[in-house]
Design a protein around this ligand. Structure first.
Ligand code: PMV
Length: 323
């Protein structure tokens, strides 16, 4: 049996919009390059083992049997990884997968889930020693396979910073020590899955201008990361996050991800000029705050002042899956 834990990542430059694909290898190719920070505490823990030819495949997510749609998606991904490793695909298997953070809330559980599953299947097939060597030499292949499960998973195969361009993500060579403190305003499942968001984005009249703007924003953000300059990085994070939500709001169908509470918090924050923490957002109502120092005490004061209630998830940067 193999056991792997992988972490979600928070995108600083977002993957929002897919190229159309004609084959499985081209699944989830992005319309733009993206860059993210891998998290450390939030994780998906996945156990994988073959159960023999006469057994039936069992897949449990969060200690419950997976839905038919999740069984299909997961089985397809297992076969994808087995085929890439030239391993037979006729064996039944069992998978147990669990998150230590709430699912579907803008902490990208599909990223950690598909990164963990990709690693767990490869580890089981190759065995610990060969896998270690394979991992060292084939990070791009592992990223490419994880991407075929879920685009953002391509960036959860290592850390702390990952740049995804084309088929796979690679390490971006910055070592800026950043934290991500997440304000969980809602634990409800996302109203609109990101697959629909990626589609609707391209119908927004703002989408083509975004694609033109992104290379310069990405370059500036890379420079700020390398220079370890949060004062330059922060406004770029906020501009990028707001743009994703504006694209979602102006696409067809229009999608509103923010809740009244998260909007109120962001509006307040934008008026505070002297800050050493900055927000970013995923496709959900929760607010990620990027900082160098521990800001949880300040946030509690701020939330009380605004009369806002939420859970706080304190995370920091991580270095990729553990097995
Ligand atoms: O990997 P997906 O299809 O769940 O897309 C994730 C998209 C965002 O989280 C909103 C942005 C990103 O780059 O992670």
């Amino acid at each position: 049996m193999s056991e792997v834990s992988a972490n979600p990542n928070i995108a600083f430059i977002k993957y929002w919009g897919k190229l159309s694909s004609t084959c499985d290898e081209d699944r989830n190719l992005a319309t733009n390059a993206s860059l993210s920070m891998t998290l450390h505490k939030a994780r998906t823990q996945t156990r994988f083992e073959f159960s023999g030819q006469s057994a039936t495949t069992k897949i449990c997510i969060g200690q419950k049997p997976a839905s038919t749609a999740d069984v299909e998606k997961t089985t397809r991904h297992v076969h994808r990884v087995l085929q890439a490793l030239q391993h037979r695909t006729d064996l039944a298997f069992s998978i147990e997968s669990e998150n230590n953070f709430p699912q579907g809330t803008g902490i990208a559980s599909s990223a950690s889930a598909f990164a963990a599953l990709t690693f767990a299947v490869a580890l089981e097939v190759l065995g610990p020693r060969s896998f270690k060597e394979f991992h060292g030499k084939n990070l791009a292949l592992l990223s490419e396979l994880a991407r075929q499960g879920s685009g953002s998973a391509s960036r959860s195969v290592a850390g702390p910073f990952m740049k995804w361009e084309g088929k796979a993500a690679t390490l971006f060579p910055a070592r800026f020590g950043l934290r991500d403190t997440i304000l969980i305003f809602s634990r409800d499942h996302k109203k609109v899955p990101s697959s629909e968001g990626h589609l609707s984005a391209q119908s927004s009249p703002l989408f083509s201008e975004r694609l033109l703007r992104l290379p310069a924003r990405l370059k500036q953000l890379e420079q700020a990361l390398l220079a370890e300059n949060l004062g330059t990085l922060g406004p770029l994070l906020e501009e990028e996050a707001l743009e994703l939500h504006e694209i979602a709001r102006t696409g067809t169908p229009a999608i509103t991800y923010l809740s009244p509470e998260s909007s109120q918090f962001i509006e307040f924050l934008r008026l505070q000029k002297q800050r050493d923490f900055y927000f970013t957002l995923d496709a959900g109502p929760n607010v990620h705050l990027i900082s160098e120092r521990d800001i949880s005490a300040d946030l509690k004061v701020l939330l009380a002042k605004l009369n806002l209630k939420c859970e706080i998830w304190e995370d920091e940067q991580g270095f990729g899956p553990e097995y």
